[in-house]
Design a protein around this ligand. Structure first.
Ligand SMILES: C[S@@+](CC[C@H](N)C(=O)[O-])C[C@H]1O[C@@H](n2cnc3c(N)ncnc32)[C@H](O)[C@@H]1O
Length: 147
């Protein structure tokens, strides 16, 4: 549903969750076949992973679509090993432009909102840094799972 709504607001089609999943399946076919990668089609707030089993977390362009930042952050914290690092990246200027079109729930797109949810969920050393890749500046949020 959110993909349709976002597509309307942006004036171009956007991928659904199933669409993202299919793209990932195609791109990672060999790694999936060799069992180096497992894909889970699930809500970030209810992941089919055991407590304290994940070494590292990376997610990109995601948190601003979650209905509840605290539930998402708490679930990520639950599955991470003590001291494990989480990194998420975004292009804040782009996100702010899209948010101004009213397609994201409330003010969740603001990095401060997600960083507060991370701290409330037991992450420490939560910080955001500007990063550069060729001519693109983007932001990276880092957080360490404290347990
Ligand atoms: C803009 S796409 C970004 C996809 C990819 N990470 C990238 O940067 O190319 C946002 C993704 O968040 C996913 N998403 C939204 N709400 C979610 C939730 N509650 N749990 C898990 N994934 C969710 C969407 O299905 C979609 O795949």
């Amino acid at each position: 549903m959110w993909a349709e709504q976002l597509g309307k607001q942006l004036g171009r089609p956007t991928r659904s969750l199933a669409g993202w999943l299919n793209m990932a399946k195609k791109q990672m076919m060999e790694l999936i076949a060799s069992k180096k990668v497992t894909l889970h089609h699930c809500d970030v707030a209810a992941m089919p992973l055991r407590d304290s089993t994940v070494d590292r977390v990376f997610h990109c362009n995601c948190y601003y679509f979650w209905p509840d930042l605290r539930k998402g952050a708490a679930e990520i914290h639950r599955v991470m090993k003590p001291g494990a690092l989480m990194v998420t990246t975004l292009r804040l200027s782009r996100v702010a432009t899209i948010a101004a079109k009213g397609v994201m729930p409330g003010e969740n797109w603001r990095p401060e909102a997600y960083m507060a949810a991370l701290r409330d969920s037991g992450f420490t050393d939560v910080r955001m840094e500007d990063k550069q890749d060729r001519n693109i500046t983007f932001q990276a949020i880092f957080a360490t799972a404290f347990k």
